[in-house]
Design a protein around this ligand. Structure first.
Ligand code: KMH
Ligand code: ZN
Length: 280
C-alpha cells in the first residue's frame, strides 16, 4: 500500500468485456468503442478506479489490432480518469508476438499472467520466456503490470520473476488472483487464503476476482483479507442464478456495496495511480 493512501480504501477494477463471451450470446456486452466508453464512464461514476480492457473488431470478435487499441486508450483517457489497463492475455487464440505488441498502445497498465493455464477446454499459453520478455518490455516502456495469478504455482513464479528482473516500473507490485477458471485454482475462501499467504513480500497490493458462480465467495473472502476487487462481465454474467447482468455498473455497484459493509471506501482514480506507482 502506498503510504499516502488510507488503509480503508478499496480499489475496484472493472473488466467489462473479456474475450470469451460472444455478442450474440450477450448483446449487453460492451464490444464497440462507444459502448466501452459509455460503460467506463458509468463504472467510474459507480466507484471503479481502473478498467481492464479487451477490445473487439467490427464483427464483435476479440482483436489485438494496434490501431484500435491505441484509439481505445485515447478515448478512455478523454472521457474518464480511470487507470487504463490493456489485456496482454487477449484470447486463447492470440499469438504471443501480437500479445507483446499490446504495449505499443501505451496503456497505464497491462495484465501479465504468470504461467500457462488450462482454460476450460483451451490452453491459455504463457511460457516462462514469454512472461520474462513481456515483463522486461513493461519495465522499458513504463507500463505498470498487474500480475494475473490463476494458480498457486503462478504465485511462486511471481517471486521468481521479481528475483530475476527486479521491481516493476513504478516500484509497486500489484497482482490479481483470478479464481474459479476451470483449470486454475478454485474460487473458494480456502484457496484465496492459501494464495494470499504465499504472495511474495514485495507485493504492495492485490485484488481478486471469482469467475462465474464463485464471484461472491471470492469477493467476500478478499474483503475479509483486506484485498481489492475486480468485477465485470469478463468474469460473470449473472447477478444471481437466472438474473443476467444488464450493465457492468451493476457489478461495480455491488462491489462498492460489499466494500461498504466491510467499512471500505472506493478508491479515487488518483489514489489508484498512487497505489500502482503511476504518475498523478
Ligand atoms: N482471455 C483469457 C484467455 C488477461 O486479460 O490478461 C486471458 C485473460 C487474461 O483474460
Ligand atoms: Zn482479461
Amino acid at each position: 500500500r502506498a503510504p499516502e493512501i488510507p488503509a480503508d480504501r478499496l480499489l475496484v477494477t472493472v473488466a467489462p468485456t473479456g474475450a470469451e463471451t460472444t455478442k450474440q450470446d450477450c448483446p449487453q456486452l460492451p464490444t464497440t468503442l462507444e459502448e466501452l466508453v459509455a460503460t467506463a464512464v458509468e463504472c467510474e461514476a459507480a466507484g471503479a478506479a481502473m478498467i481492464h480492457v479487451h477490445i473487439r473488431d467490427d464483427e464483435h470478435k476479440p482483436t489485438l489490432d494496434l490501431g484500435r487499441l491505441t484509439a481505445t486508450v485515447e478515448a478512455l483517457r478523454e472521457s474518464t480518469s480511470l487507470v487504463v489497463q490493456l489485456s496482454t492475455g487477449g484470447s486463447v487464440h492470440d499469438p504471443l508476438e501480437n500479445r507483446l505488441k499490446v504495449l505499443d498502445a501505451q496503456p497505464d497498465s497491462c495484465s501479465l499472467t504468470m504461467g500457462t493455464t488450462n482454460f476450460g477446454d483451451d490452453v491459455f499459453s504463457n511460457p516462462w520466456p514469454f512472461v520474462c520478455e513481456l515483463y522486461q518490455l513493461s519495465q522499458e516502456r513504463g507500463v505498470v503490470p498487474e500480475f494475473e495469478l490463476f494458480d498457486l504455482g503462478q504465485v511462486h513464479a511471481l517471486q521468481r520473476l521479481l528475483d530475476k528482473f527486479g521491481l516493476p516500473y513504478g516500484g509497486r507490485v500489484h497482482c490479481d488472483l483470478v479464481m474459479g477458471v476451470p483449470g486454475g485454482m478454485n474460487g473458494t475462501a480456502d484457496s484465496l487464503v492459501a494464495a494470499v499467504a504465499s504472495l511474495p513480500d514485495a507485493v504492495t497490493s492485490w485484488s481478486a476476482t471469482g469467475i462465474g458462480r464463485s464471484t461472491l465467495a471470492v469477493a467476500l473472502a478478499a474483503l475479509s483479507k483486506g484485498g481489492h476487487l475486480r468485477v465485470g462481465m469478463e468474469d460473470v454474467l449473472t447477478l444471481r442464478r437466472g438474473v443476467p447482468v444488464e450493465r457492468n455498473a451493476q457489478l461495480v455497484e455491488r462491489a462498492v456495496a460489499l466494500g461498504e459493509l466491510a467499512q471500505r471506501v472506493p478508491m479515487t482514480t488518483a489514489e489508484a495511480r498512487a497505489l500502482l506507482g503511476l504518475a498523478a
